[in-house]
Write a protein that binds this ligand. Structure first.
Ligand code: SF4
Length: 169
């Protein structure tokens, strides 16, 4: 039985990626971005532990969902249990978006980090990457906070030096 520490969930969101999405705000983030909107998610131990199977049951119970969004906090700090959830979600035909303060390049270069970044990257459809940079904040950007962040089609980018980016209008 796998557990993940979360700050909360939103059962139906239309602001965390395309379509109606189940959003999991993970607890614990090492990035400490200036101007972060969710500083209460920074401290590991400040959230609550939930069973991955319980989260999956909530997702499976809603046929309207296009997919699941993993947000923060920093989902990749808990890559192993979230990868297990993501695998189950994708087997249902739904997609997985992971927000991260790490860059795509950093995650690719450290797949076997003790947090096992590679496991979650493997089952992520879209990655919204990079820290929030207050100086590059742009309210006009859909689904992103600052202009340095990219929406990367992870599966299409496999084996490429430069990632394939997606546009969600
Ligand atoms: S990565 Fe996200 S949650 Fe973490 S400090 Fe930056 S903006 Fe906040």
């Amino acid at each position: 039985m796998d557990f993940v520490e979360i700050a909360g969930t939103v059962a139906e969101s239309v602001v965390d990626g395309p379509g109606i999405r189940f959003v999991i705000f993970t607890q614990g983030c090492p990035h400490r971005c200036k101007g972060c909107h969710n500083p209460h998610t920074w401290m590991p131990g400040g959230g609550r532990m939930v069973n991955i199977d319980d989260l999956f049951r909530q997702v499976a119970a809603n046929p309207l969902l296009k997919g699941v969004t993993l947000s923060g906090g920093e989902p990749f700090e808990q890559a192993v249990p979230l990868a297990r959830l993501a695998r189950q979600v994708r087997l249902m035909g739904k997609d997985v978006i992971s927000y991260t303060g790490y860059t795509w390049e950093y995650l690719l270069e450290h797949p076997d980090d003790h947090r096992r970044f590679g496991e979650l990257l493997e089952v992520t459809d879209y990655l919204v990457d990079g820290p929030f940079v207050e100086e590059l904040k742009d309210l006009k950007l859909p689904f992103r906070g600052s202009a340095n962040q990219r929406i990367i089609d992870v599966q299409m980018s496999k084996g490429l030096a430069v990632p394939v980016t997606a546009y969600w209008g």
